[in-house]
Design a protein around this ligand. Sequence first.
Ligand SMILES: *Cc1c(COP(=O)(O)O)cnc(C)c1O
Ligand SMILES: [Zn+2]
Length: 502
Amino acid sequence: MKPENFSSSIRSLILPEPEGEMKYRCLGCINKYDSSELLYTCPACGSVLLLEETSGKPVTKADSNMWRDLLDYRRMLNIPAIKGIFRFHEFIAPIIPLEHIVYLGEGHTPLVEANDYMKAYTGMNFYFKNDGLNPSASFKDRGMACAMSYINYLVKSKNISSILAVCASTGDTSASAALYASYLDDSVKSAVLLPKGKVTPQQLAQPLGSGAQVFEIPGVFDDCMKVVERLSEVYNVALLNSKNPWRILGQESFSFEIAQDLDWDVSNTAVVVPIGNAGNITAVISGFIKFYEASIINSLPKIIGVQSEHADPVFRYYRQEDGRRVFKPVAVSPSVAQAAMIGNPVSMPRVIELVDKYNKLSDRTNVFIVQVSEQEIMDTMIVANRNGSIACTQGAESLAGLKKALDTGIVSCKETGIVDSTAHIIKFSGFQDMYFTNTFDAAFEVRPDPSLINMPHDVMPEGLTHFPKPGAPLEGDKMALFIEKTSEEIAKMLGLEKRKEQ
Ligand SMILES: *Cc1c(COP(=O)(O)O)cnc(C)c1O
Ligand SMILES: [Zn+2]
């Protein structure tokens, strides 16, 4: 629908205009900084930052009923800049003009209801939110769309001739950064650092295909992160890791979409996300707080963060007694939830602040961190995907976490789970292969359940001597024999019965 076809009261607000004022707020000291330049850490104390809209104008220009209507009406528009996460422009980055927004089809991923088998398996009703259906096949595109739109805005409005965007990655950030940078003209180029052998072949192929410079570094993600931090301190580059607070803003869209897709009622809902560098859970919490403070939702859903036993620093932190918690990084061991295999999450200070705020606003403990085993993650993934899901290992980690939360009384079977499947299984099919072929390295501590193994059948009927080959098809009797014998063999394997003669 065209903007001019809405009633006059809607028409004036349907298209977001650049407005408001955004500031970086340091979580380590009291400093605030203007958003006209790109910052990742506080120049004064080195702590991480969050971005805030400080004028209050964009969000208060409509009341809560009007906002719900407006956001629903915006679904009907066909303007690229607001077809993605910037439907929620006023709540994300209202200073960015629509003409600089980069839209590659991100966001608005579906909530898919679990089938009856999966509900029984888990013990409760739940939906997967399939964030693997984003353009680079992970949720990282939400944050990247915002960070790249901001960079694009800077480049165009300040006439910057070139920017090199860099990131360290467990695989998906680099795929996303490379994709978005490749869309922009030559003023924005990307370079990505990956821990050698610790990303899947698909995740390595993605930034290569997008034309980024790819560097493989010995060690794990935490080591790559240190190198990238050094690069961004000493050289003139734009850091695209989730230290970059613009990414957090874009990822808040995950929560906004859940609220909208549940018709603004998130009571009795538990939102489950895996935790790696903790940017995602930061954004999810922050997003719900924004909608709650604007009265667009009237309650705050339960939030459950999930970690593997092999990379669980956030779980260990919250297991300690409130008031006496001390954060300690952990050394990670191999995890199938490889994109979350992080021992020293960059966003931990953000998590600590926002969890506290969320619990206070909820008037109770409303954020929980649970821990699951590698075995639970793999079994859950295989079962889920045999039931219509497209869950990656981290998505399965979320679902295993929901199950754990139910078993330990954190959620009740009367609640509904919204489970973040953060990437598409296709990126992580190597772990499925290891399960089916029972070739996990001992360090993973995963044993396949034989009843879940699925392998291709080699069809090689006895008595056949001629086979079709590319460029050399069979003809006549030879082809007829090939078809007959091959179908007989398949029918035998499947136990098929012959049709009755008519
Ligand atoms: C990055 C990533 C995570 C972890 O998210 P954080 O924001 O680092 O906590 C989980 N799953 C997938 C697929 C990812 O790419
Ligand atoms: Zn500071």
